[in-house]
Design a protein around this ligand. Structure first.
Ligand code: FAD
Ligand code: NDP
Ligand code: KYN
Length: 473
């Protein structure tokens, strides 16, 4: 919007060769889908197109059973995909784009320590020189992750409702190397256009493809399960029991090395409200709503926060250029900014709660439900009803206008599967998607009960007449 922006990042610049290793330690790739793409597009269509050259589309889940059989489950009846993107490449790309804009300044190794909102100043430690500086600001946007300092500072000045939950599961990343074809060229060891899942009911292994033809696997399991895996033999025998096919591809030595080298990380879900303070601070991304990663929506949702905030700023008529930095007049309130931030908190909260809860539910679906006949039956019925009732509305057009409107479809018509709404319909808010899916699910359950009642009545009728007929003979 043309504002003068200073970005303070606690870590070193990940584009420097010396900081690459540290930056790549965790979560090497992630799934980006329509909400993230639409948000990037609303800011910079050309950059979005450039990022897109590096993604690998994943059109569905590939379910691996314990005997090594694979079964594909498409994400969408029309073939829409989620996309595996290299986290470092995306971050580097965003930094490159930001660096090219003259009114954006980037400060690495600068950690925000404390904020005085009423005086519009913050204290920042320059970790290169180990000095502390006080900086003035007009609007502070906290996008500093799950353990956000900005959020903690906000709590001192607003009555923030806050909920934090560690689930009793954790994760570790494992690398599945590329294979080698007869000409010595690297090849994927699994189908690259799927998100691979080894569901084992109380835990699961997943794999997302990388451009170098390797896969990044993540093992999610209860802490108590991990605690049993002490020593090489225990790890290998557990993998031989539950993931024999994956073990062959991971390689025993590499697996043991990853287990020894990579950290086990916790999984956290955070809900908060409000997200802003007066006309001078707002928190976005994981700092406002950390969610367990099972819907692949954390970053997508954080990017959507930016799009929604921008739309509200424009709607309220906040100037699309640098604001008047009358920093001397600290008590002055920028009413338009205040209205935009207040609307952001009020309208965004139910969406953020919805996606945090949907993300929790998707863990059960991925590690357990996908293997059950009832899930497959419901999914087939869901898709059938979707096919019968869906109309081909022009989503591209809708997506384009989302640069200035938070959401376009407050009341979507027809039958729409939950996954489709969450992942492929950025014009529908998370809360609307969740409410509509709950209604549809009630209809399916009612139909199920009705069907069962009808079948039971038919069976009774037939039995009664059969007995009657036998007695008469
Ligand atoms: C295993 C796993 C898999 C995931 N997969 C996906 C996926 O497939 N798709 C998806 O959409 N999401 C996924 N996510 C979620 C995604 O990683 C996060 O939602 C996303 O990284 C959040 O971005 P953010 O910018 O809000 O916070 P962060 O990525 O945490 O960035 C915060 C930044 O702020 C900096 N910082 C922190 N404190 C300070 C301070 N005091 N001063 C200055 N700088 C500071 C940090 O150094 C960091 O660079 C996954 C998460 C996990 C754990
Ligand atoms: N929702 C989820 O389940 C998860 C989400 N994520 C998201 O991915 C992002 C990137 O992950 P990653 O780079 O591994 O982040 P880290 O785990 O490395 O955390 C980033 C920084 O947060 C601070 N921090 C870490 N743990 C705590 C804690 N318990 N209490 C207070 N401060 C803490 C540390 O700062 P310092 O060194 O100054 O103490 C650390 O350097 C995270 O910020 C988070 O948003 C990551 C893991 C799980
Ligand atoms: N990126 C992830 C990271 C961790 C766990 C799941 C994902 C997913 O993307 C899951 C996908 N949305 C699915 O429902 O199959």
């Amino acid at each position: 919007m043309g504002w003068n922006v200073d970005i303070y990042e606690a870590r070193p610049d990940l584009r420097l060769p010396s900081s690459k290793a540290a930056a790549q330690q965790r979560s090497i790739n992630l799934a980006i889908s329509s909400r993230g793409i639409t948000a990037l597009h609303a800011i910079d269509p050309a950059a979005t197109a450039r990022f897109f050259q590096t993604v690998i589309p994943m059109c569905g889940r590939m379910i691996h059973d314990i005997r090594g059989n694979q079964q594909s489950q498409q994400y969408d009846k029309d073939g829409q995909c989620i996309n595996s993107i290299d986290r470092a490449l995306l971050n580097e790309g965003l930094l490159e784009e930001a660096s090219a804009i003259p009114n954006i300044r980037l400060f690495f190794n600068h950690k925000v320590l404390s904020i005085d909102f009423d005086n519009r100043t913050m204290v920042i430690r320059d970790t290169n020189s180990e000095t502390e500086v006080r900086k003035a600001f007009y609007l502070c946007i906290g996008a500093d992750g799950s353990y956000s300092i900005v959020r903690r500072q906000l709590m001192r000045v607003v009555r923030m409702n806050f909920q934090q939950e560690y689930i009793p599961h954790e994760y570790i990343e494992l690398k599945m190397p590329a294979g080698c074809d007869e000409h010595g060229q690297p090849v994927f060891l699994l189908d690259p256009n799927h998100l691979h899942i080894w569901p084992r009911h109380s835990f699961m292994l997943i794999a997302l493809p990388n451009k170098d033809k390797s896969f990044t696997c993540t093992l999610f399991a209860p802490t108590v399960e991990f605690d049993r895996l002490i020593g090489c033999e225990a790890i290998l025998s557990w993998f031989r029991t539950y993931f024999p096919d994956a073990l062959l591809l991971l390689g025993e030595d590499k697996l043991l090395n990853d287990f020894a080298k990579n950290t086990r990380s916790p999984l956290i879900s955070i809900k908060a409200k409000p997200y802003h303070y007066k006309d001078r601070c707002v928190i976005l991304g994981d700092s406002a709503h950390s969610m367990v990663p099972f819907y692949g929506q954390g970053l997508n949702c954080g990017l959507e926060d930016v799009r929604v905030l921008q739309a509200l700023l424009l709607q309220e008529g906040v100037a699309p250029c640098s604001p008047p930095t009358h920093l001397g007049e600290r008590e002055l309130t920028d009413t338009r900014l205040l209205n935009a931030l207040s609307k952001y908190t009020e309208t965004r909260h139910e969406d953020l709660v919805a996606i945090c809860e949907l993300a929790m539910d998707n863990y059960t679906e991925m590690r357990h439900s996908v293997t059950t006949p009832m899930y497959l039956f419901k999914k087939a019925l869901d898709n059938l009803l979707y096919t019968i009732t869906s109309s081909k509305d022009s989503l591209t057009l809708a997506t384009r206008s989302l640069a200035t409107v938070p959401f376009l479809s407050p009341n979507p018509t027809g039958w729409l599967p939950l996954y489709t709404m969450v992942t492929f319909r950025p014009d529908i808010s998370y809360a609307t998607a969740r409410k509509k899916a709950a209604k549809q699910s009630a209809v399916l359950s009612f139909a199920g009960h009705l069907g069962t009642a009808f079948l039971s009545a038919t069976a009774l009728y037939v039995t009664f007449h059969a007995v009657h007929w036998l007695q008469r003979r």
